[in-house]
Ligand binder design. Structure first.
Ligand SMILES: Cc1cc2nc3c(=O)[nH]c(=O)nc-3n(C[C@H](O)[C@H](O)[C@H](O)COP(=O)(O)OP(=O)(O)OC[C@H]3O[C@@H](n4cnc5c(N)ncnc54)[C@H](O)[C@@H]3O)c2cc1C
Length: 405
């Protein structure tokens, strides 16, 4: 009987296994995951789970018994140490497994900051459930001084959660505004105001030199001055977990390079989620997306292809965040959004608006802030690739779904 092996324990792995069974795959399925938990999703780890308003069930895709009920073998707390595409075999230390198809859903790991003091006690990164638990233990009681290095999505979400829990929060950032790399300076400014209004101390344009402390972190040195800290969170991005793929000789380029079908350069080896740099057939270039929705959809596509179907991973990248009273969804192609013009529909000051990224008259990205149920028409505008009337886009009296003729 055919055997599909899935390496990883995130949403891409869990969704791939779920899809195999949903689509009546009747061969053997094994998930091998390094972490001790059944596959789980990470967005709650910086939001409700960290805050304590959501439990483990908000993160876990399915409880462990679900896998047994669906005849999926779960090998948790087990790291795959070698992939041998020639022999169609993986190794886990001295143990091994043969496969007919294998999915690499190994995700990404926090980027390390190579500065003095990065390994002191009290210096955190956030990727795993256990990381969130460790942070929660410090932050839940309030009254701590948290210093964040980096103002990306994870940093800003934790800033909001920590502040809501009654902690003092300082964010140290190289750029002039938070999230500039993700959404550009104008939208970054929206987040800057939001955080400042909620008492977060944002320090832009600074150069972090080192983390100071004798036995544990006591502060962060920036431009010759120490910002005191009870704990430090380093949130400076993530790097794809490509070690297995690299040792196996797969083609790598900013992650594991795949076709739109998520096939890698090795026969019967597939990749999905944060680790995959997949060819996107619509924009005709490779795209590596570090978002939940990409992992969810990629896991499902890989499952269908491994079963012998001919699916492609061609969705529009989608992301969401919640910070204080701001909820946001964003769809778009980051490489095309970089140089696009921005148009605003709604009230920017009141933080109730849609921002469109428009290139050559075509919508290439759309972000709704505290405006809901608009992702469908936003995606339709992007997907159409049609030139649209800028006046209609920004006119709140023109329904979004009437703009495409
Ligand atoms: C705190 C946090 C908050 C986030 N919030 C959002 C959000 O609000 N919205 C959004 O869109 N995205 C968010 N993301 C991003 C999203 O969680 C990721 O895109 C998603 O987790 C990617 O899923 P994945 O399955 O590809 O990889 P991962 O979730 O990283 O899972 C990979 C798993 O593979 C395991 N693994 C790696 N190597 C091996 C090996 N050799 N053997 C066995 N197992 C191995 C790892 O231990 C890990 O458990 C957030 C991420 C974090 C960390």
């Amino acid at each position: 009987m055919a055997h599909i092996v899935i390496i990883g324990g995130g949403v891409a792995a869990g969704k791939a296994a779920e899809t195999l069974r949903k689509e009546q795959y009747d061969g053997d399925v094994t998930i091998v995951a390094a972490e001790p938990h059944p596959p789980y999703q990470r967005p709650p780890l910086s939001k409700g789970y960290l805050q304590g308003s959501e439990g483990l069930d908000a993160a876990i895709l399915h409880p462990a018994p679900w896998y047994a009920e669906h005849d999926i073998e779960l090998r948790l707390g087990t790291e795959v140490t070698r992939l041998d595409p020639g022999a169609h075999r993986i190794e886990m230390g001295s143990d091994e497994l043969a496969y007919d198809a294998v999915l690499l859903a190994t995700g990404a790991s926090p980027r390390r900051l190579p500065i003095e003091g990065h390994d002191l006690d009290g210096v955190h990164t956030l990727r795993r459930l256990d990381d969130s638990d460790a942070l929660a233990e410090q932050l839940r009681g309030g009254g701590k001084r948290l210093v964040l290095i980096g103002s990306g999505w994870i940093g800003m979400e934790v800033a909001a959660t920590a502040r809501t829990l009654g902690n003092e929060v300082t964010v140290l950032e190289r750029d002039p505004v938070p999230l500039a790399a993700a959404v550009g300076p104008r939208m970054g400014e929206v987040f800057r105001r939001l955080h400042e209004e909620n008492g977060v101390d944002l320090r832009p344009n600074v150069n972090v030199e080192r983390i100071v402390g004798r036995d544990r972190a006591e502060g962060v040195m920036v431009d010759g001055q120490t910002v005191p800290a009870d704990l430090v969170l380093v949130g400076v991005g993530a790097v794809p977990n490509t070690a297995l793929a690299e040792a196996a000789g797969l083609t790598l380029e900013n992650g594991i390079l795949t076709e739109a079908s998520l096939r890698t350069s090795a026969p019967d080896v597939y990749a999905a989620g944060d680790v995959a740099n997949a060819y996107h057939p619509v924009i005709q270039r490779h795209l590596r997306s570090e978002h939940w929705d990409n992992a969810l959809k990629g896991g499902a596509v890989a499952a269908r292809v491994m079963m012998g179907g001919d699916a492609v991973h061609d969705g529009i990248p989608y992301f969401y965040t919640d910070q204080f009273d701001l909820g946001m969804e964003l769809s778009g192609y980051p490489p095309l959004m970089k140089d696009a013009e921005m148009l605003i529909r709604g009230d920017l000051e009141a933080r109730e608006f849609i921002a469109f990224w428009v290139q050559d008259g075509r919508v290439v990205g759309g972000m709704n802030v505290n405006v809901w149920d608009v992702q469908k028409p936003i995606k339709a505008l992007i997907r159409s690739g049609e030139r649209v009337d800028a006046g209609a886009l920004v006119d709140t009296d023109t329904p979004l779904d009437s703009i495409l003729r």
